[in-house]
Design a protein around this ligand. Structure first.
Ligand SMILES: [Zn+2]
Ligand SMILES: [Zn+2]
Length: 230
């Protein structure tokens, strides 16, 4: 059986701080946006998607600002989405003060809330859709390879999964041995983190003020990421 790319990707991501699945998805989002701006800015399908989903979701549209050297492409895609938004608003019949008053009292299917509904995205952010598929692939890789020694070792040495990805992995597990390892390793990692948090809290007590701190120094930061994902 050929080992998938996601196997090596996962092992490599285990060497980075934080949840390996989060790290891979962040990498994938960067790659997706990079290729979108380099190769797909002038494709009709990209414009249709930007119109239908009103640009990208908050996270990924904001992330575009990190691609400063691609400002022209960014401007073209934002202009398409904004054009769609303006077209939808222009289709609203109220133009005069009395028209707006009637519009407001009209409510229901024709009121301002209906315009708000029409302004909602008609389809999800294209980056989110791609990442959803990738996420599923990474979680299935955990199910398929956690019984493989190098894979297990890498996961054991990692910061563990974040809670959302632990939940996601649990939902994908089909093998009892891999499931047992997933739970055991994750619990070990979280117990260690909890111990570091307890130690951090104790050392912050005024009676211990000034005591030097070890690995627990940034445990609060790691816990934030471990519980909510990145
Ligand atoms: Zn994660
Ligand atoms: Zn998104």
């Amino acid at each position: 059986m050929t080992v998938p790319f996601s196997y090596y990707d996962f092992i490599e991501a285990c060497g980075q701080p934080g949840c390996p699945v989060c790290a891979l998805l962040q990498r994938d989002a960067r790659r997706f946006l990079d290729s979108l701006l380099y190769e797909y800015v002038n494709k009709p399908a990209t414009h249709a998607a930007f119109r239908a989903s009103r640009a990208l979701c908050k996270t990924h549209n904001s992330q575009l600002s990190q691609f400063g050297e691609q400002v022209l492409g960014i401007a073209i895609l934002q202009a398409a989405a904004l054009d769609e938004v303006l077209n939808i608003i222009a289709a609203n019949p109220a133009q005069t003060p009395s028209g707006f008053s009637r519009w407001l009292s009209g409510g229901g299917k024709n009121g301002p809330a209906a315009l708000a509904d029409r302004l909602e995205p008609e389809q999800p952010c294209m980056v989110c859709r791609t990442l959803d598929e990738a996420e599923k692939r990474y979680l299935l890789t955990i199910n398929d390879y956690l019984t493989d020694a190098p894979f297990e070792e890498a996961f054991r040495a990692s910061a563990g999964l974040c809670l959302p990805h632990f939940r996601g992995a649990l939902r994908q597990m089909t093998g009892p041995v891999a499931l047992e390892r997933l739970v055991a390793i994750q619990v070990d990692i979280w117990q260690k983190l909890k111990g570091e948090l307890d130690s951090f809290i104790t050392q912050h007590d005024y009676r211990y003020a000034g005591q030097p701190m070890g690995a627990e120094r940034d445990s609060w930061k790691r816990a934030i990421i471990s519980l909510a994902g990145k």
